[in-house]
Write a protein that binds this ligand. Structure first.
Ligand SMILES: [Zn+2]
Length: 241
């Protein structure tokens, strides 16, 4: 933490305390993700501190890499996988790639869906010709939690992106996250049937578990579906161990 962010830590604590009370009435669905915080006034110093943190991280990246890092992909990108991930800030590509530059074509949306970003997914498969389409769901997903409950008080755009998640109301979180990944894999296999049949594309469904809910380890990515086949024999063949 920089000295600037430390300076604002006390202010943040106070503001979040007030917001915790306000958000009870403002955000019934996404309360766990603290979505209500965006509605509050944020002072310029706090924004500057956030930007300072981001730009400092970027300066470190620039220093670590240098021109040679970028030269191989200045003219074109050649990613190995199209990745569909949830937007959740606890799910990041550093968990699955030491160097995602030019390696992963990443599409992110709430609930790691195809239908809400179909053009982007098509771009990865049809124009960049990635041999792998990797769909990553994750434990403790706020979108899945919201979609499994009552969310009609959300805005129309948010409802639109939750309506496309076909999961059970209520129910177990891990089961619903798993069901959504399987739904997305099945939709991808149907959508890209010619590429899958010709062996040009393999659709992989996986769960990323930052909470160790699956008891495979914190931060573990587990393959659960290969081209619609969820059998252990199949998924093991595409797993690291
Ligand atoms: Zn999520």
């Amino acid at each position: 933490m920089t000295h600037v962010t430390q300076t604002y830590a006390a202010l943040r604590t106070l503001a979040f305390g007030i917001l915790a009370v306000v958000s009870i009435t403002l955000t019934p669905v996404f309360a766990d993700d603290h979505a209500g915080h965006g509605a509050a006034h944020v002072d310029a110093g706090q924004v500057q501190a956030i930007l300072h943190h981001i730009l400092t991280a970027n300066a470190g990246f620039v220093n670590r890499t240098g021109p040679n890092h970028f030269h191989p992909f200045l003219e074109a990108q050649h990613p190995k996988a199209t990745v569909i991930s949830c937007c959740d800030s606890r799910v990041q590509m550093q968990a699955i790639s030491a160097e995602p530059d030019n390696e992963l074509f990443v599409i992110r949306n709430i609930g790691n869906q195809i239908s809400t970003a179909e053009g982007s997914v098509e771009y990865g498969v049809h124009h960049l010709h990635t041999p792998v389409l990797l769909i990553i769901g994750h434990t403790r997903c706020g979108a899945i939690k919201a979609a499994s409950g009552e969310y009609s008080s959300e805005s129309q755009p948010i409802c639109k992106e939750l309506n496309t998640l076909k999961i059970a109301k209520g129910g177990n979180m891990v089961e619903n996250v798993t069901l959504n990944v399987n739904n997305q894999v099945n939709a991808a296999v149907r959508k890209f049937e010619p590429e899958v049949k010709e062996g040009k594309l393999t659709v992989i469904g996986a769960l990323y578990d930052f909470a160790n809910d699956l008891k495979h380890g914190y931060g573990k990515l587990t393959v659960i579906n290969v081209n619609g086949d969820c059998s252990t024999d199949k998924t093991k063949a595409y797993s690291a161990e």
